[in-house]
Design a protein around this ligand. Sequence first.
Ligand SMILES: *[C@@H]1O[C@H](CO)[C@@H](O)[C@H](O)[C@H]1NC(C)=O
Length: 351
Amino acid sequence: MTRLASLLLLAIAWTPSPVLSATSASLIAAGQHVIWSYPGLTPPQSLYTAISAGQVAGVIFFKENIGTNIASIVTSLKNANVNSPTKLPLLLMTDQEGGQVRRLSGAPVLSAKDMCASGTAASGGTGAGENLKSVGMNLNLAPVLDVYRKAGDFEDQFERSFSNDPAKVSSCGADFISAQQATGVAASAKHFPGLGAAAAGENTDVQPVTLDLSVSEIQNVDELPYIAAIAAGVKLVMPSWAVYPSIDASRPSGLSSTFHFTELRGRLGFEGVTISDAIEAGALQAYGSHANRAILATGAGMDLILAAARDVNQGAGIVTALANGLDNGTIDKKAFDRSTARIAALRSSLS
Ligand SMILES: *[C@@H]1O[C@H](CO)[C@@H](O)[C@H](O)[C@H]1NC(C)=O
């Protein structure tokens, strides 16, 4: 063999195989499904790099991330996205429910309970939307549509529930959603089908929670406010991490295809985007690593995975796992592409 021929053979051997290029495409496809988070006041360079590479659907901000320069941080993240492969706007979100659950100072000052009781849920929604917009964010992980049961229970202890009357939660929730979304900020109804029956200590962030309710109570009390929210055009729904044995005894709602497809998209006709609660939640301790939980949630029909541990490596690890799952067939590509299209439509509708 001539020296030239062997060089040519080497060059052919070194040409990236289709498997490698599929993996890089898969990383971008997977990234469209993951919301990242970071510690402290300044995003690490690795987050900007991942955004530019198209591996970030959005970022969630917590109180520890929000200083006086939050608006310029948000602008810098948007700038990193300008030349990303998808060029779709990032989903930039926080929990601005009202009262004690607010990451930004300012509106809504009243708790959900006080807004609903005083007939001001619509102005609360407008205030939340304008507040997020003023710092460049475009998605609020609110309102809570959980129908609390007893004074001081899980949702009532911080007045996060509009009311213990499902009809009032319906009307206040829909008012908040319509008003907030009119400002250009997407709303997320949570935590489907409802955490209103949880006792004060039953916190899915910390531990597994089982809510033993009849199908009729779940559908007629807890899920009732979703009818009005969906009619109002709510853009996102966040499933809960509680288990509801009467509907699916084997999986928490967010890991259950029965809840995603039979209840939310089937019975209630929701066509928007689902976003997970924090993937690191203690409720999921039986389901392995954060990456494994993300694969299970995606398989059940979850559109967006919330990597909320304030650790860029968590987001990166989940993107890699989803990309591997796409490449090796663990994730159903057709269902994943439909989900990607829903997320892209949401991102295109925001700025
Ligand atoms: C496919 O990839 C997923 C995600 O990384 C992994 O959990 C699974 O074990 C892989 N399956 C095979 C057969 O290697």
